[in-house]
Design a binder for this molecule. Structure first.
Ligand SMILES: [Zn+2]
Length: 78
């Protein structure tokens, strides 16, 4: 199973994982993003695993906050 992923810097990363275990065995930069400022990002280079994580700036923080709204505070915490 393989797919491509655009990471935070704009580079396109090719990711291949085992069809059964889903363990990623290959990840390489397939196309460099036009705005990418990471010098290490060249075509064929293996990006760091953390670079594949979603950009925190793009996450909808409100959704995370909402998930905690209405949750009762346990009596021992009051
Ligand atoms: Zn990049």
């Amino acid at each position: 199973m393989s797919y491509t992923l655009t990471i935070g810097c704009g580079c396109l990363v090719y990711v291949a994982s085992h069809p059964r275990t889903k363990i990623v065995h290959t990840r390489i930069i397939e196309r460099r993003g036009g705005d990418c400022r990471v010098r290490a990002h060249d075509i064929g280079v293996r990006p760091q695993l953390w670079e594949l994580l979603p950009d925190p700036d793009l996450l909808d923080v409100d959704d995370h906050v909402r998930a905690f709204e209405g949750v009762d505070t346990p009596a021992e915490c009051r």
